[in-house]
Design a binder for this molecule. Sequence first.
Ligand SMILES: [Fe+2]
Length: 247
Amino acid sequence: MPVNLLKIGLISDLHIGEDENLVQGIDVRANFTKALNSGSMSDIDLLVLAGDLANENGEPGAYRYVAEQIKDLKVPVCIIPGNHDDLSVMAKFFDLEGKIHGEKCYYRFDFMGHPLFFLDSACGTVSEDQLQWLRQEAAKEPGEVFLFMHHPPCFCGHRFMDTKYSLQNKEQVQAVLAEIPNLTHVFCGHYHSHFEVAMGRQKIHVVPSTQMQIGANTPHFTLKSSAPEWMVAEIGENFVETAVYLN
Ligand SMILES: [Fe+2]
């Protein structure tokens, strides 16, 4: 079967607030829409919102705003929750029908010949149920599969995020992912920084944030930039190319 070129727009860590007030002095709504409406996104086939849509704790106004912004998009949108999201609130604003299993949002989306898998790491871990499901589903596929989850499954060389907020059960997750031979690329967010990290034979693409970028070289929080950044990934036959854009 021919493999189609698939162009994915990836937006992560929007941190939209309940209302239009600035979030930590940043116009996060304008930052998000700059990414969404940028020329780099004009010919994507699919949009992925990679978690932390809401700023603190699943603010309904954040989801209402994001839902309004994406409602007229001509392409499908895949959403995964982050640690600042509340799945029960998200489900009121986005179509997550059939995607929530035991209070976790995980699913596959087969699109343009590519099996795309989405996991829920919002609580800081990936549950055993999800890992077994991923292993079983990926085993059904003859070709490459792609994974999306909010937390990177490995350390990325970010001194602050690695130390304070990395995925808690990363050893368990890594062990399962390593046993999935056709899993080649993982797309994540959460780190408010762009990284491309090799994890064994798998490549981890860490999508930066539209809210702000966090400095990677100090063990404490430092603001690197309050300009939005986002990623566009092109997936073809045996290749993935990513580009990061900023406003
Ligand atoms: Fe996060």
